[in-house]
Design a protein around this ligand. Structure first.
Ligand code: FAD
Ligand code: FES
Length: 289
C-alpha cells in the first residue's frame, strides 16, 4: 500500500463489482460554460437510504450503449438520498450526459477511491487550491468544514478559472464566506465584469500569510497546476506530509482490475484519487517535466 490515506475503497453496497444500479436524474443545474450539476437518486429505496460517500470519492456513471465515466461526488456528504455530480462536457460520454433530462435513468456504481483526510487535519488551517472543474471534488470538503466549522482553523479557497464564465458555484461564495471561508479568485483572461485577480492560481499564495506548521493544502486540477501549487506550498515551508492531491487518469473498471489508471506503481482508482503528496513524490510528474 503506497498511499497513507485510508478510506473505504469498496462500495457500501453488496452486488457484483461491475453492476451499475439504476438511478434517476432529479434535477439539473447549469453551473458554467458546458458544465452542469446533476442530482441523481437511486431507484431502489434501500440503496437510496444507505448509500454514503466521503469527500473526494467518485462514482462510475454509466449510459447504456454509450459508455461509463468516473465522476466525483460534488454534493454534501452529510446529505443522504441524493448524489450530486458536476460534469463538464468533454467527449463521447459526457456529451451524451449533456442530453439527459430530469426523469432520465443512468447506471451508478460506487463510491470508489480514497477521500480527503478531513478527520486527520482537525485543528489545522486548510488551504484548498484548485482550478476549473477541480472544485467539484473539493466542494464536499467545503460542505464538511461548514458543517463542522469548529474542527478547523482558518480556511482558504484559492480558485482559478480560464475566464469568469468558467467559474463554478459562484452563487454559493457569499454563503461560504459567511462561514469563514476566505475566497481568493483569479482568471486567466478577464472580461469587463471582472474585478478580481488575473493570473494563474498558484500565484494566489502570494496574497496569504500561512502558518506552515498548521496548514494543510488540498489541491485538485490540471497536473501542471498541481506541480506549481506544490512548489509554492513547499516554498512556504509547508511540510510535504501536509499536502494532499487528487489525481485524474483515464479509467475503465474503477476497481483495480484493468490497469488503465496506472500511476507509477499504483492504480488511481484504488489507491487514489486522493494521495498524500509524500507518498507519490518519487514519481509525480515524471511524464510532464
Ligand atoms: C477520479 C476521477 C474523477 C473525475 N471527476 C470528474 C468530475 O467531477 N467532473 C467532470 O466533468 N469530470 C470528471 N472526471 C473526468 C471525466 O471522467 C472525463 O472527462 C470523462 O471520462 C471523459 O469521458 P468522455 O467519454 O466524455 O470523453 P472522451 O471522449 O473519453 O475524452 C474526451 C477528452 O478528455 C480526455 N479525458 C478523458 N478522461 C480523462 C481524464 N480522466 N482526465 C483527463 N482527461 C481525460 C480524453 O483524453 C480526451 O481528450 C474525473 C475523472 C477521474 C479519473
Ligand atoms: S480503472 Fe481499471 S485499474 Fe483503475
Amino acid at each position: 500500500m503506497l498511499n497513507t490515506i485510508t478510506a473505504p475503497t469498496t462500495p457500501l453496497f453488496d452486488t457484483p463489482p461491475m453492476f451499475a444500479h439504476p438511478a434517476r436524474v432529479t434535477a439539473i443545474k447549469d453551473e458554467a460554460y458546458a458544465t452542469a450539476t446533476y442530482e441523481i437518486e437511486f431507484e431502489d429505496d434501500d440503496l437510496k437510504q444507505h448509500y454514503a460517500f466521503r469527500a473526494g470519492q467518485f462514482n462510475m456513471v454509466y449510459l447504456p450503449n454509450i459508455g461509463e465515466v468516473p465522476i466525483s461526488l460534488s454534493s454534501d456528504p452529510a446529505k443522504t438520498g441524493v448524489m450530486g455530480h458536476t460534469i463538464r462536457y468533454a467527449g463521447n460520454v459526457t456529451r451524451a450526459i449533456s442530453r439527459l433530462r430530469v426523469g432520465d435513468t443512468v447506471g451508478i456504481r460506487g463510491p470508489y477511491g480514497t477521500a480527503w483526510p478531513l478527520e486527520r487535519i482537525h485543528g489545522n488551517d486548510v488551504c484548498i487550491v484548485t482550478g476549473g472543474i477541480g472544485l467539484a471534488p473539493l466542494r464536499p470538503v467545503i460542505y464538511h468544514i461548514i458543517n463542522n466549522r469548529s474542527d478547523y482553523g482558518r480556511v482558504y479557497l484559492l480558485y482559478g478559472a480560464r475566464t469568469p464564465i468558467d467559474m463554478l458555484y459562484t452563487e454559493q461564495f457569499e454563503d461560504w464566506e459567511a462561514h469563514g471561508i476566505e475566497i481568493h479568485q483569479t482568471v486567466d483572461r478577464a472580461d469587463e465584469s471582472w474585478k478580481g485577480h488575473v493570473g494563474v492560481v498558484p500565484m494566489m499564495f502570494y496574497h496569504l500569510r500561512l502558518n506552515p506548521k498548521k496548514t494543510t493544502v488540498l489541491t485538485c486540477g490540471p497536473e501542471i497546476m498541481i506541480h506549481f501549487v506544490i512548489f509554492e506550498a513547499l516554498a512556504r515551508r509547508i511540510p510535504k506530509e501536509q499536502i494532499y492531491v487528487s489525481m485524474e487518469r483515464n479509467m475503465k473498471c474503477g476497481i483495480g482490475l484493468c490497469g488503465h489508471c496506472q500511476f507509477g506503481p499504483t492504480f488511481v482508482c484504488k489507491e487514489g484519487p486522493v494521495f498524500a503528496y509524500a507518498a507519490i513524490e518519487p514519481f509525480f510528474g515524471v511524464e510532464d517535466f
